[in-house]
Design a protein around this ligand. Structure first.
Ligand SMILES: Nc1nc2c(ncn2[C@@H]2O[C@H](COP(=O)(O)OP(=O)(O)OP(=O)(O)O)[C@@H](O)[C@H]2O)c(=O)[nH]1
Length: 388
């Protein structure tokens, strides 16, 4: 089977047909495809049509001289890199300089030896081929680089979304339990920075909130209504705290709120706000209107205990949990806070939860008090008389 040789196209432009024919004879070879053109006025259009690998261009032509044709060739983007060998009847340095200035690649005095002419034509044809291959390879590299970058961006986005979804509760859109560690790391870092700047660090309070008799809502109104109540609860909680406070779905119908505070009465006011936010107005659960209340237990974080350099988050959470349990057993729709302050009679109730007030000391070294806040009146009678 014969293999097709790709021949390099050579366009020869000269207004004298005799010279053109002579050059054709000098160049004739199997690996070249020769095109002759003797009209300088249409030479640029011819070059565009042929797309040659090399152009041999006579300098002294009529009606348009070779240098102007050269300028016309260089003005065409697709011909800008095509090697042009100028042909001249005389060896004239000034004309040569002029030709190179206009973008010629070579200069040959007519008629050259066939050996020299063929060597030059092949050299330029190969140089063009190599330069174009390099440019193509470079473009392919850029393309694959940008594809790679695009893919990396996609992977990063997927990773971000995955990380987000791992930290997010799908039903309510709130952060879930896994977010606590991240939040606390940030909290510790911001306290450390405050210490360094000798500013009073923001304190936080941990609120555990549990909806009251939630099982009854599921049982009476259906699981979907229960879901709506959870979503509505999340929205109400979110809008009753600061934007940078954390609201987490702790599990089932239990939520954890970590809120900053600046003066000692703030946590109690915040607990009252939570009770109002949930129980203060009925929720629309599909076709049903239902007042849902909640029980809350809260404690500031961190604590400094007598034996504990700093109570851990787990210990603080169990304090808040114990206080929430106290709210449930005291009739629900209320909040209990374990707060720094002078020990009072109520503090003794903490002992009933298995926590000795004596082991607790707040950051400022004072004692412990138990604070009770009662939720909105709506529905309380019903709840008090219902078990579940
Ligand atoms: N609809 C719905 N219900 C849930 C979801 N997660 C947990 N629950 C329900 O929440 C209810 C919690 O019931 P309990 O632990 O008995 O608590 P409760 O009925 O709220 O009673 P108290 O907490 O003692 O006031 C259970 O019936 C769970 O099935 C949820 O994602 N959607």
């Amino acid at each position: 089977m014969s293999q097709k040789i790709e021949r390099a196209k050579v366009l020869v432009i000269d207004d004298q047909v005799v010279i053109l024919e002579a050059l054709r004879r000098l160049l004739s070879a199997d690996d070249l495809e020769i095109h002759l053109h003797n009209d300088s006025a249409s030479a640029v259009a011819k070059a565009r049509a042929i797309a040659p690998a090399v152009i041999l261009l006579d300098i002294h032509m009529n009606p348009i001289n070779g240098l102007d044709v050269l300028r016309g060739i260089r003005a065409q983007p697709e011909l800008a890199d095509v090697p042009v060998v100028m042909l001249s009847a005389v060896e004239d340095p000034e004309t040569k300089v002029e030709a190179f200035k206009y973008g010629a690649n070579d200069y040959v005095v007519k008629l050259p030896s066939p050996l020299e002419l063929n060597a030059r034509v092949r050299y330029h044809a190969n140089a063009l081929k190599a330069a174009r291959e390099r440019a193509e390879a470079y473009e392919a590299l850029l393309r694959s680089q940008s594809e790679l970058e695009q893919r990396n961006r996609l992977i990063e986005q997927i990773n971000r979304e995955l990380a987000e979804s791992v930290l997010t509760d799908t039903l309510t859109g709130l952060r879930n339990r896994r977010f606590l560690k991240l939040f606390l790391d940030e909290h510790t870092e911001s306290r450390r920075a405050s210490h360094e700047r000798r500013r009073a660090p923001a304190r936080t309070t941990v609120f555990l909130m549990d909806l009251d008799h939630f099982k009854q809502i599921n049982d009476r109104l259906g699981h979907d209504a229960g879901d709506i109540a959870l979503v509505e609860t999340a929205a109400r909680l979110r809008s009753s705290v600061r934007a940078d406070d954390a609201v987490l779905r702790w599990g089932g119908e239990e939520f954890l709120i970590i809120a900053r505070y600046y003066d000692l009465d703030e946590p109690t006011a915040a607990a009252q706000r939570l009770l109002e936010a949930i129980g203060g107005s009925p929720m629309q659960l599909g076709p049903h209107q239902e007042t849902v209340t909640c029980s809350v237990g809260y404690a500031p974080f961190p604590w400094v205990g007598e034996k504990l350099a700093q109570a851990s988050i787990e210990q603080t959470l169990s304090l808040a949990d114990a206080a929430c349990y106290l709210s449930k057993t005291a009739g629900r729709n209320r909040a209990f806070g374990v707060l720094p302050g002078p020990d009072d009679a109520r503090a003794a109730r903490i002992s009933g939860l298995g926590i000795s007030p004596a082991t607790l000391r707040s950051e400022d070294g004072r004692g412990v008090r138990l604070v009770e806040s009662v939720g909105p009146a709506i529905g309380r009678l019903d709840l008090a008389s219902t078990s579940g």
